[in-house]
Design a protein around this ligand. Structure first.
Ligand SMILES: [Zn+2]
Ligand SMILES: [Zn+2]
Length: 153
Protein backbone atom coordinates (compact mmCIF):
# COMPACT_ATOMS: atom_id res chain seq x y z
CA UNK A 1 0.00 0.00 0.00
CA UNK A 2 1.15 3.48 -0.77
CA UNK A 3 0.93 4.62 2.87
CA UNK A 4 3.16 1.76 3.96
CA UNK A 5 5.89 2.75 1.54
CA UNK A 6 5.45 6.38 2.53
CA UNK A 7 5.95 5.40 6.15
CA UNK A 8 9.08 3.45 5.28
CA UNK A 9 10.49 6.18 3.07
CA UNK A 10 9.87 8.86 5.68
CA UNK A 11 11.50 6.75 8.37
CA UNK A 12 14.58 6.11 6.27
CA UNK A 13 14.93 9.85 5.68
CA UNK A 14 14.35 10.59 9.37
CA UNK A 15 10.98 12.21 8.80
CA UNK A 16 7.99 11.21 10.81
CA UNK A 17 4.84 9.83 9.28
CA UNK A 18 2.39 12.42 10.47
CA UNK A 19 -1.37 12.28 10.12
CA UNK A 20 -1.09 15.35 7.89
CA UNK A 21 1.33 13.71 5.49
CA UNK A 22 -0.86 10.65 5.23
CA UNK A 23 -4.05 12.64 4.72
CA UNK A 24 -2.50 14.80 2.00
CA UNK A 25 -1.38 11.70 0.13
CA UNK A 26 -4.86 10.25 0.65
CA UNK A 27 -6.42 13.26 -1.07
CA UNK A 28 -4.37 12.40 -4.15
CA UNK A 29 -5.01 8.67 -3.93
CA UNK A 30 -8.75 9.03 -3.47
CA UNK A 31 -9.58 12.08 -5.50
CA UNK A 32 -10.57 11.12 -9.01
CA UNK A 33 -9.25 14.48 -10.08
CA UNK A 34 -5.56 14.65 -10.77
CA UNK A 35 -3.17 17.58 -11.13
CA UNK A 36 -4.08 19.29 -7.90
CA UNK A 37 -2.37 22.44 -6.74
CA UNK A 38 -1.55 22.89 -3.05
CA UNK A 39 -4.47 25.30 -2.90
CA UNK A 40 -6.87 22.59 -4.20
CA UNK A 41 -5.55 20.11 -1.64
CA UNK A 42 -6.05 22.65 1.11
CA UNK A 43 -9.63 23.34 -0.01
CA UNK A 44 -10.49 19.63 -0.08
CA UNK A 45 -9.08 19.12 3.40
CA UNK A 46 -11.11 22.04 4.73
CA UNK A 47 -14.21 20.61 3.04
CA UNK A 48 -13.53 17.36 4.88
CA UNK A 49 -13.25 19.41 8.07
CA UNK A 50 -9.60 18.71 8.69
CA UNK A 51 -7.78 21.29 10.72
CA UNK A 52 -4.63 22.03 8.82
CA UNK A 53 -2.91 25.25 7.90
CA UNK A 54 -2.28 26.29 4.34
CA UNK A 55 1.45 26.52 5.05
CA UNK A 56 1.48 22.91 6.24
CA UNK A 57 -0.26 21.76 3.07
CA UNK A 58 2.28 23.61 0.91
CA UNK A 59 5.18 22.16 2.89
CA UNK A 60 3.70 18.67 2.80
CA UNK A 61 3.12 18.48 -0.96
CA UNK A 62 6.66 19.77 -1.50
CA UNK A 63 8.09 17.12 0.82
CA UNK A 64 6.02 14.37 -0.80
CA UNK A 65 7.27 15.40 -4.22
CA UNK A 66 10.86 15.53 -2.99
CA UNK A 67 10.45 11.99 -1.69
CA UNK A 68 9.07 10.87 -5.03
CA UNK A 69 5.48 10.18 -4.00
CA UNK A 70 4.11 13.08 -5.97
CA UNK A 71 5.16 14.30 -9.36
CA UNK A 72 5.43 18.07 -9.57
CA UNK A 73 4.00 19.64 -12.70
CA UNK A 74 4.34 23.13 -14.06
CA UNK A 75 1.97 24.46 -16.68
CA UNK A 76 3.04 28.07 -16.74
CA UNK A 77 0.26 29.14 -14.38
CA UNK A 78 2.62 30.44 -11.73
CA UNK A 79 1.71 27.59 -9.39
CA UNK A 80 2.79 24.00 -9.21
CA UNK A 81 0.39 21.14 -9.59
CA UNK A 82 0.97 17.64 -8.31
CA UNK A 83 -0.11 14.12 -9.11
CA UNK A 84 0.66 10.72 -7.66
CA UNK A 85 4.00 9.55 -9.02
CA UNK A 86 4.09 6.24 -10.83
CA UNK A 87 6.86 3.89 -9.74
CA UNK A 88 8.04 3.33 -13.29
CA UNK A 89 9.38 6.63 -14.54
CA UNK A 90 9.49 5.35 -18.09
CA UNK A 91 5.75 5.22 -18.27
CA UNK A 92 5.25 8.83 -17.25
CA UNK A 93 2.35 10.22 -19.14
CA UNK A 94 2.41 13.71 -20.59
CA UNK A 95 -0.19 16.44 -20.69
CA UNK A 96 -2.37 18.64 -22.87
CA UNK A 97 -3.55 21.90 -21.35
CA UNK A 98 -6.48 24.00 -22.56
CA UNK A 99 -5.36 27.61 -22.79
CA UNK A 100 -8.89 28.87 -22.19
CA UNK A 101 -10.40 26.86 -19.33
CA UNK A 102 -7.23 25.31 -17.93
CA UNK A 103 -8.44 21.72 -18.25
CA UNK A 104 -5.57 19.25 -18.22
CA UNK A 105 -5.81 15.88 -19.88
CA UNK A 106 -3.24 13.15 -20.25
CA UNK A 107 -1.63 11.90 -23.41
CA UNK A 108 -1.60 8.15 -23.33
CA UNK A 109 1.70 6.32 -23.04
CA UNK A 110 1.54 4.76 -26.45
CA UNK A 111 1.25 8.11 -28.20
CA UNK A 112 4.14 9.46 -26.14
CA UNK A 113 6.29 6.40 -26.87
CA UNK A 114 5.58 6.60 -30.58
CA UNK A 115 6.55 10.25 -30.56
CA UNK A 116 9.75 9.55 -28.63
CA UNK A 117 10.64 6.73 -31.01
CA UNK A 118 10.14 8.91 -34.03
CA UNK A 119 12.29 11.69 -32.52
CA UNK A 120 15.00 9.10 -31.77
CA UNK A 121 14.85 7.81 -35.32
CA UNK A 122 15.14 11.31 -36.73
CA UNK A 123 17.94 12.56 -34.46
CA UNK A 124 19.90 9.43 -33.60
CA UNK A 125 19.61 10.37 -29.93
CA UNK A 126 18.76 7.86 -27.24
CA UNK A 127 16.14 9.69 -25.22
CA UNK A 128 15.91 8.81 -21.56
CA UNK A 129 13.95 11.75 -20.26
CA UNK A 130 11.36 14.07 -21.66
CA UNK A 131 8.79 16.60 -20.64
CA UNK A 132 6.20 17.22 -23.30
CA UNK A 133 3.33 19.66 -22.99
CA UNK A 134 0.79 20.56 -25.61
CA UNK A 135 -1.28 23.72 -25.23
CA UNK A 136 -4.48 24.33 -27.10
CA UNK A 137 -8.24 24.62 -27.04
CA UNK A 138 -10.28 21.73 -25.63
CA UNK A 139 -13.35 20.50 -27.55
CA UNK A 140 -15.72 22.25 -25.14
CA UNK A 141 -13.98 25.60 -25.54
CA UNK A 142 -13.86 25.11 -29.32
CA UNK A 143 -17.63 24.65 -29.52
CA UNK A 144 -18.20 27.52 -27.10
CA UNK A 145 -16.10 29.70 -29.36
CA UNK A 146 -18.04 28.56 -32.43
CA UNK A 147 -21.33 29.39 -30.73
CA UNK A 148 -20.06 32.86 -29.87
CA UNK A 149 -19.05 33.44 -33.44
CA UNK A 150 -22.43 32.26 -34.76
CA UNK A 151 -24.23 34.62 -32.39
CA UNK A 152 -22.20 37.49 -33.62
CA UNK A 153 -23.29 36.90 -37.23
ZN1 LIG B 1 -11.14 24.45 -22.49
ZN1 LIG C 1 -1.14 13.74 -15.21
Amino acid sequence: MIYESLRKELRSKKYRMTAQREIVLKIFAESGEKHLGAEDVYRRLIEKRYRISKATVYRTVELLSKLGFLRRLEFGEGVYRYELATPDSETLHQHIICKTCGEIIEIDEKTVKDLVKSVEAKTGYLLNDYDIKFYGLCPRCQSRRNINMENRM
